[in-house]
Ligand binder design. Structure first.
Ligand SMILES: C[S@@+](CC[C@H](N)C(=O)[O-])C[C@H]1O[C@@H](n2cnc3c(N)ncnc32)[C@H](O)[C@@H]1O
Length: 445
């Protein structure tokens, strides 16, 4: 029997995420998904993101119904079970028979026909068991938050310790739902242009340059002329705030630039400056060239620790590769993939990039170090290690920088203290209307 195109696409994407370390959000924007009907596109996105967000709860339900331990199952079998488990437990409009039959067919389609009767038995048992109950009144401890909101406990333990139990709770709850879509407009006249094409926006909550997409799928936006011409970009408000912290200069260096959200903002705020945007990976450097077409931006494919650039820069952005734990609502697979030992590797890389970035800074110039990670090893600890014992560089007070953005009208958010963690910027999902970002502003004396 043929499998519905949405479930077949969801299976292929989830299997690649599981076995090839691919990113679901990238695969969901592939040509294959674009060619589906709007309803199927909606369903594939719902199943893929839902199955990743709620994975540990789905696995508990599968384990209860299964005669075999989950680690013994082939990834193809486990993936089809998760797809059906998500639909049976979280989607009310899907007929039980469609969810089960398609998953059993997916097992056969993956050449695991001998496991089809097993999958059928597990799913029928699960369908007659009580549904997974949504998180409600429970005592907020790391263990309970981790179980109810499907996060690995080691991560929740860290957040409870570093940020407090309330913040950890808010982050985990926020991670489980589709986040809003934020945009950056080059000028507010574009709002009328988008409205004429049926895309309506509400003001951003933090940045005056930001707007939030109102009741319309992202595909409606990406179809508009303004989007295709790059005059409106999808960009989280926290990412916009970090780029605004870089400020104005005459020569700017963006060390880790792809896909270019921040580079584009720097270019629009510094139209007369020379901007060099570096990216390590060639396919990402190509993407950056495609996305950022401003004439004053030169894209180079290079390692930020050994940049082939001459002279000094008065503004430097080091938006380094990181674990991405501030973006789990958009990239839920990260929480299952990340291991505590990865943080040490990331720390080493980040220290090397920031050290190298500061060498390009002119006296009196400013560098912004940023991540979309909530982890101390990637954030404060990197800045502390790099600045330790240095009399050449100093950390600027983030409150003054935020005040500057408020008085120039760029930052609309009033509670500046809530954006600060010591001398650093720290936004938290579920507490601020954006992903989790960290930033430090460093000056060369
Ligand atoms: C957090 S992302 C940057 C996001 C970007 N600033 C934006 O706002 O769209 C980090 C980027 O750094 C790149 N990267 C990783 N290691 C690098 C290195 N050693 N040198 C330069 N780029 C690097 C990654 O490929 C990735 O594209």
């Amino acid at each position: 029997m043929p499998v519905s195109p949405a479930r077949a696409a969801a299976f292929d994407i989830l299997l690649r995420v599981e076995t090839e370390d691919a990113y679901a959000s990238e695969l969901l924007h592939s040509g294959r998904v674009d060619r589906l009907s709007p309803a199927d596109r909606g369903l594939v996105t719902e199943i893929v993101m839902g199955a990743l967000r709620w994975r540990s709860r789905l696995d508990d339900a599968i384990a209860t119904a299964s005669s075999r331990p989950l680690p013994k199952l082939d990834p193809e079998v486990l993936t089809s079970l998760r797809i059906a488990a998500y639909q049976l437990n979280f989607l009310s409009r899907i007929p039980v028979s469609a969810a089960i039959n398609d998953s059993v067919e997916l097992v056969k389609r993956a050449r695991k026909a001998s496991a089809a009767p097993f999958a059928n038995a597990v799913l029928r048992k699960m369908a007659s068991a009580p549904k997974i109950s949504p998180p409600c009144d429970f005592e907020a401890s790391a263990e309970n938050i981790s179980r109810e909101y499907a996060h690995p406990q080691w991560l929740v333990d860290r957040w409870v310790k570093q940020l407090g139990v309330e913040a950890a709770f808010a982050i985990c709850r926020q991670d489980q739902f589709e986040p809003g879509v934020s945009l950056r407009l080059e000028d507010s006249a574009m709002e009328a242009e988008l409205a004429a094409e049926g895309v309506h926006l509400s003001p951003g909550a933090m940045m005056t340059s930001a707007r939030t997409l109102l009741d319309c799928p992202v595909s409606e936006l990406t179809r508009t002329t303004a989007f295709r011409e790059g005059r409106v970009v999808i960009q989280d408000e926290g990412s916009q705030l970090v780029a605004f912290l870089v400020g104005n200069g005459t020569r700017l260096l963006d060390c880790c630039a792809a896909p270019g959200g921040k580079t584009a903002l720097l270019a629009s705020r510094n139209p007369n400056a020379e901007i060099i945007a570096a990216e390590l990976h060639s396919h990402r450097a190509d993407l950056l060239r495609k996305r950022v077409r401003a004439a004053n931006v030169k894209v180079i494919q290079a390692d930020a620790t050994q940049l082939p650039v001459e002279g000094e820069f008065d503004r430097v952005l080091a938006d380094v590769p990181c674990s991405g734990t501030g973006t789990l609502a958009r990239n839920p697979e990260i929480k299952w993939r990340l291991k505590p030992e990865h943080l040490e590797d990331l720390h080493r890389k980040q220290v090397a990039i920031l050290r190298a970035a500061l060498k390009h800074l002119s006296p009196g110039g400013r560098a912004v170090y940023s991540t979309c990670s909530l982890e101390r090893e990637e954030d404060e600890a990197v800045v502390e290690d790099v600045l330790a014992g240095s009399s050449e560089f100093s950390l600027l007070d983030i409150h003054e920088e935020l005040e500057r953005l408020r008085s120039s009208g760029e930052l609309a958010w009033e509670d500046l203290d809530s954006l600060m963690s010591g001398q650093y910027l720290r936004t938290l999902p579920g507490i601020h209307p954006c992903d989790g970002f960290f930033a430090a502003v460093i000056e060369r004396r």
